[in-house]
Design a protein around this ligand. Structure first.
Ligand code: UDP
Length: 483
């Protein structure tokens, strides 16, 4: 391999839009502002996601190459295993093709960057002798959990997993059991053992961690990650650099979208946007309650709908690509809902141009599953959130938004699992109708939005930390020139 004078980042991203989008933004930031060459390797299942054809087109193919790895065979994988386990298997099966692609790159890469499901690929960086970095596409609080798992003593585990007490991490806010992620709700410990083995230990082997967060957003967790070595078991601290928010800006090609045209004719901040990310689906009963709740709230809305399913993450791997294209929202929304709300709402099947909608001046609130990208997109556009977490670390994100940042209200499913139309309508009106609470939430969100812009501009903390990462890569490159 030849050695170039500019650093070359090779990125290997897990399936799912929630991973792909921030990886693309990281690649772009490195290329556009920090003089990198980048090659982003995508596992094939991503290309089947609605909207990804456009996203996967590189804006600058000279400097940013996007390569889809050959599809992997998942026919031997039990379809009922959790989404995370499926992602990890796809990634591991893609490693031989990744290795051969990297081996054939004429200019030697400087750094390999992977995410949660890709740490096995660090063996390739070790083989070719370049740096290995981890990119956390969720927040710093959850990063602290993932890093600390191997160092949790059995009492702390049992207090949380068996006695349902809050999980206490060094220097961080405690995590209530009802907000915790699934690995802690399985008392058998099988899930947490798998995460420790397959993720946490891999992350701890990295030379550094980039996290899609920023100082004003998660000051407590970021300080702990920086200053409290107990998170890392007291030694072998891995440097953590907060380089966010890395979020997609509006694309040029959706100008003629009917949702955006409809938004153009609505009053400022008058529309509630509802979307549950790439994976989120509702049960038939919950879908009905949400529809009636929106009607009851008497607010305008744009709602991304999917056919009902009992699994909350049913569409993660194939959103917008199911064989149910003949099914229309009329088939599963309550009778007459579409006709009754024709003037006040728009229903979008499967997938909508989310960043464009959140940026639109008519959008006033976001009912969201609070996946981390949706959370950041809301923040950079100053749109208050109605948090409705489904799975993974979303309960923690909801707690952070409502209690630490105070820019959201929260919906919590009762014991029968269904949030009623009254609760939904009440939450919408708490934000949208101009009372004291809604006003305070909007003001705090506006402040966070302004801070998010400052940290990402030249001289801001996130921009500077990405420059530091670039400098470190350059230094390694110069060392290998000398070698
Ligand atoms: N997204 C979109 N249109 C949709 C739903 C989602 O563009 O209809 C994008 C959204 O803007 C975000 C990503 O898909 O960038 C979803 O990531 P997030 O972390 O919020 O949730 P996940 O899909 O990982 O659960």
């Amino acid at each position: 391999m030849q050695i170039s004078s500019n650093p070359h980042a090779v990125l290997f991203v897990s399936p799912g839009m929630g991973h792909l989008i921030p990886f693309l933004e990281l690649s772009r930031a490195l290329v556009d502002h920090h003089n990198f060459q980048a090659t982003l390797f995508v596992v094939a299942s991503d290309s089947s996601v609605a909207g990804s054809e456009q996203i996967l087109r590189s804006p600058n193919p000279e400097k940013l190459r996007i390569v889809s790895l050959p599809p992997v065979d998942l026919s031997d994988v039990d379809p009922s295993i959790p989404v995370g386990a499926k992602c990890r298997i796809s990634m591991n099966k893609s490693i031989p093709s990744l290795r051969s692609e990297i081996g054939s790159i004429p200019v030697r890469p400087t750094v390999l960057i992977v995410d949660l499901f890709g740490t096995e690929a660090f063996s390739i960086a070790e083989e070719f002798n370049f740096s290995k970095y981890f990119f956390m596409t969720t927040g710093a609080w959850f990063l602290a959990v993932m890093l600390h798992i191997p160092f949790l003593d059995s009492k702390a585990r049992d207090d949380h997993m068996i006695r349902h007490e809050p999980l206490r991490l060094p220097g961080c806010e405690p995590i209530r059991f009802e907000d915790t992620c699934e690995i802690f709700t399985d008392p058998s410990g099988v899930g947490i053992a798998a995460v420790e083995e397959n993720m946490s230990r891999g992350m701890l082997k990295s030379d550094g961690i980039l996290v899609n967060s920023f100082e004003d957003l998660e000051p407590v967790s970021l300080k702990a990650l920086r200053d409290d070595s107990r998170i890392f078991g007291g030694s072998n601290v891995v440097p953590v650099l907060q380089v966010g928010p890395l979020v997609r800006d509006v694309g040029p090609t959706v100008q003629e979208n009917y949702v955006l045209n409809w938004l153009d004719s609505q009053p400022p901040k008058s529309v509630v946007y509802i979307s549950f990310g790439s994976g989120g689906t509702l049960s038939a009963q919950q879908l009905k309650e949400l529809a009636f709740g929106l009607e009851l709230s008497q607010q305008r809305f744009v709602w991304v709908v999917r056919p009902p399913a009992e699994n909350v993450d049913a569409s993660y791997f194939d959103v917008g690509n199911k064989n149910d294209k003949h099914i229309t929202p009329n088939d599963y929304l309550p009778d007459g809902f579409m006709a009754r709300t024709k003037q006040t709402g728009v229903v979008v099947p499967n997938w909508a141009p989310q960043t464009e909608i959140l940026k639109h001046p008519s959008t006033g609130a976001f009912i969201s599953h609070v996946g981390w990208n949706s959370t950041l997109e809301s923040i950079v556009n100053g749109v208050p959130v109605i948090a409705w977490p489904f799975y993974a670390e979303q309960g923690m994100n909801a707690a952070a938004l409502t209690e630490h940042m105070e820019v959201a209200v929260r919906l919590r499913p009762p014991s029968d699992g269904v949030i009623t139309r009254d609760e939904i309508s009440k939450a919408v009106r708490r934000i949208m109708v101009d009372d004291e609470e809604g006003k305070n939430i909007r003001t705090r969100m506006e402040n966070l939005k302004n801070n998010s812009r400052k940290v990402s501009s030249k001289g801001g903390s996130s921009y500077s930390l990405l420059s530091k990462f670039a400098d470190d890569c350059l230094m390694n490159l110069q060392k290998s020139h000398g070698a």
